[in-house]
Write a new protein. Structure first.
Length: 124
């Protein structure tokens, strides 16, 4: 059996991770928001925590499982008595165990690119 060359750590560091498909770098975040399914008619709001965010997508920790392809509206407090609604489409959902009460990580794409001000509001 011929010897196979094992790549060095330096060679591996130069190659992108094959599982990373994001086109935009996400910034870590720890902001509380509310969300609800866009189709909900009963005023259901779920607490959520923004784990990371970019102008094109957001990672949300949720207590409720959502379906990939579903639409959610995120409600973000922007001031003392004001809020902003940001629509997202759920891309993938993963069960997590590290956060008590928030058991689902939903990777979402914004339905439009965020403005710099909207992005900074989420990051602050």
């Amino acid at each position: 059996m011929p010897d196979q060359k094992v790549p060095s750590p330096e060679e591996l560091a130069d190659k992108p991770c094959p599982s990373e498909r994001r086109a935009w770098v996400r910034s870590p975040c720890n902001r509380d928001v509310c969300c609800h399914p866009r189709t909900a008619r009963s005023g259901i709001f779920w607490p959520a925590k923004v784990q990371d965010v970019s102008a094109h997508g957001v990672g949300l920790l949720l207590g409720h499982r959502v379906d990939p392809g579903g639409l959610l509206d995120l409600t973000v407090e922007t001031g003392e008595d004001t809020s902003s609604i940001l629509p997202v489409r759920v891309v993938h959902v993963t069960l997590v165990t590290a956060h008590p009460g928030l058991r689902w990580l939903a990777g979402c794409a914004f339905t439009r690119e965020l403005t710099e001000q909207e992005l900074q509001t989420l990051l602050s």
